[in-house]
Design a protein around this ligand. Sequence first.
Ligand code: PGA
Length: 252
Amino acid sequence: MSRKLFIAGNWKMNTSQAGSVDLAKALVEAIGSVDKVDMAVCPPAVYLSSVADALSGSNIALGGQNVFYQDNGAFTGELSTAMLKDVGCKYVIIGHSERRHVIGESDELINRKVVKSLADGMSVILCVGELLEQRQADQTSEVVTRQIKIGLESVHAADMASITIAYEPVWAIGTGVTASPAQAQEVHAMIRNLLAEMYDESVADATIIQYGGSVKPSNAAELLGQSDIDGALVGGAALKAEDFAGIVQAGM
Ligand code: PGA
C-alpha cells in the first residue's frame, strides 16, 4: 500500500510573535501549494492564532505541541482540545520525548491525552523512542513497544487513521546525530509489526510512521526512502523555511 508522506515541523519553545509569522509566510511561499506530501507546523501555543492566519489558504496544516485531557476548569497552564481546534489546529503532538523526560509525563498520562484528542476529532502525532542507555542495553524494542501499547490503550482500529506514530530515538534529537537509515528502518518495521499484532494488517499498512531526530535536507531523502519511514517530525531544521522546504522536497 502506498502511504502519503507526512512532514511535520515541531518549533518547540522557539520563535517570537513576529518571527513565527515570518517563518509561516516563508513556508507558504516555498511549499504552500505542495500536495504530494502532507505538511504541518506546530508553533508555540501563544503563536498558534497568528500562524493560522499566515497559513490560511495553503496546504500547510497547524498543530499544537501538547494538550490536556479535560475540557475546561481549574488546570492552570493547560490547553484543551477545544482551544486548539478553536485556533485552527488539526493535529496535536503527544508524548514528545521532551515532555516525557524533561517534564516527566508518564505513558498513562500520554494515553489519556491521546484518547481525549481522538474523541474530540483531532489527529494525533504520538511520539515514542528510546534513550541512549536503553539502546545500549538492547531495550529499544521493549521500550518502544511499551510506549505504543500503553499510549494506544483503548484506541480502536477505526480511530487509527487519526494516529501518526513518530519514532524519535532520544539520542538523535537535537544532537546532530541521526539514526542511520537502516537503524531507523529496523525500528519502524518493528512498530508496523506491532500494529499488525495489536490491530490488523490493514491498520499496520495504513499507519503513517514518521522518523524524528536531526532530520535535515541532506539526510532526508535517504531516510524517507526506507520502506517503513513515511515522513518526518522535524525540530531544529523546521525553524528555517528553506531547510523545512528542502525536507518536504526530498520527499517528493
Ligand atoms: P530535531 O528534533 O530535529 O531538532 O532533532 C526533532 C524532534 O524533537 O521532534
